[in-house]
Design a protein around this ligand. Structure first.
Ligand code: FMN
Length: 424
């Protein structure tokens, strides 16, 4: 790639002054379009990636779920990089300055490093204003642009996956952020209808200054009941063609899938969302990387609650949603405890539920660990009637058919929707 340069398409940008000081917006409009030195950009991207320890095991951005307490738990069990939930740039700027980071779950501490904060929005000026604030948070290593959210709320707000077809706009956003921020910009995308469109977008993003790409191997139409399998072949081809670090996302149920994905796609890291929610120990086969102790589901639930007490998330429903997934098996066995979890008004009451599951399980199953994953697990809940392709041929990975989860902010489950994030 020596000597390659890519034009920075900022010149024609019409940048709104909403959320920006007037002078700052004017300055942005007047900025000459400097071509990005792609070679230098790529070298910087890899230096930055190495400075974070070249992470391979990544916790996904998850609305109301990848908050500080959960990120800290995942890190104890092998997660090497975590993303905050998506932060709506305009809403972030509207929130009281003193509360912003807590409300949007981008508060952090030294144990929560490295952290990437994800932003969503469609206005380069507003995104820049929010990103500048976020880059001031110590420990934040980069800002990520959400180009993958397929939900109705993103359609309405014209962000996430609904920007994938607007290459000019996303390139303008990325080039604005990468030029104006002193921290790198990364992007999380879904696939476009054809591979050549996806590849062209990836290359445009990198040319605009994107330092790392996460590719969720599904299109925005593959959502809810149409989720389908994850296209690892497309991710493999993107990794081969794109000069900056690439993460694969989608179709990961356990550590064996992680290893298969790394070896098939040759990506730099694998990002997990749903499977990690149920088993935050996924990346280390449940071994605490500091103490060497192995944790079962109930241990993880108790550890999470301890962290949630130390770092209370802004909304209790997030804690409840975590506990529900962590002890999914247990609350299926003891329905009154499921009700108790729904009714719990604080972390202490949730702790009692977990303790009670443990006590009853020991009594009932003579010590059998009811918390371990299996047919009753949360991740597999949608697939028990459908095709499961565990052990199926690569490169399509993930589950076909059956009922399917909601994404980005809510989970539809069989009659238990009230226990999950968005509807809680
Ligand atoms: C509860 C939940 C919240 C999510 N929120 C976000 C988000 O804020 N930003 C984002 O880019 N993706 C979000 N996603 C999508 C995941 O990051 C990921 O792309 C998707 O779940 C596929 O990965 P998986 O197969 O490992 O679950 C969310 C998913 C879930 C289940």
């Amino acid at each position: 790639m020596a000597g390659v340069t890519a034009a920075c398409p900022l010149q024609a940008a019409r940048i709104s002054s909403r959320g920006l000081a007037h002078e700052q917006a004017l300055l942005l409009q007047q900025q000459p379009s400097l071509p990005l030195d792609l070679e230098a950009h790529v070298a910087r991207a890899w230096r930055w990636y190495r400075s974070m320890g070249s992470p391979r095991y990544v916790c996904a951005p998850m609305v109301d779920q990848s908050e500080l307490a959960f990120r800290l738990l995942c890190r104890r069990y092998g997660t090497q990089l975590a993303f905050s939930p998506m932060v709506h740039a305009a809403c972030y700027l509207r929130e009281k300055r003193s509360k912003r980071n807590e409300v949007f779950f981008c508060n952090t501490n030294p144990q929560d490093w490295p952290l990437i904060v994800q932003l969503c929005g469609n206005d380069p000026g507003v995104l820049l204003a929010a990103a500048k604030e976020i880059c001031r948070i110590e420990g934040v290593c980069a800002v990520d642009l959400n180009l993958g959210c397929p939900q109705g709320i993103a359609r309405k707000g014209k962000y996430g996956a609904f920007l994938l077809h607007q290459a000019d706009l996303v390139v303008r956003i990325v080039s604005t952020l990468s030029r104006e921020l002193d921290k790198p910009v990364t992007c999380k995308i879904r696939l476009l209808p054809t591979f050549s469109e996806t590849l062209a977008l990836c290359q445009a993003l990198v040319g605009a200054g994107c330092s790392l790409l996460t590719v969720h191997g599904r299109t925005k139409e593959q959502n809810k009941h149409l989720v389908g399998s994850c296209d690892w072949e497309a991710i493999r081809k993107i990794k081969a063609a794109v000069p900056v670090p690439v993460f694969a996302n989608g179709g990961i149920a356990d550590l064996d899938d992680v290893e298969k994905c790394l070896s098939f796609t040759k990506v730099d890291g694998v990002m997990s969302s749903e499977a990690l929610l149920e088993n935050p120990g996924l990346f280390s086969r449940n071994v605490n990387v500091v103490t060497g102790h192995r944790a079962n589901q109930l241990d993880l639930a108790e550890e999470y609650l301890e962290l949630a007490a130390q770092h209370p998330p802004d909304r209790l429903k997030c804690v409840r949603a975590h506990v529900f997934k962590l002890v999914f098996t247990g609350v299926q066995l003891f329905e009154d405890l499921r009700d108790a979890l729904v009714a719990a008004e604080n972390v202490k009451e949730m702790r009692w539920v977990v303790g009670e599951i443990r006590r009853r399980a020991l009594e009932r199953a003579q010590g059998r660990d009811v918390g371990s994953a299996g047919e009753r697990s949360w991740y597999w809940r949608h697939w028990h009637k459908g095709v499961t392709d565990k052990g199926s041929e690569l490169p399509r990975q993930g589950k076909e058919g059956g009922k399917r989860r909601g994404e980005e902010g809510g989970v539809e489950s069989e009659g238990m929707g009230c226990l999950f994030g968005a509807e809680d």
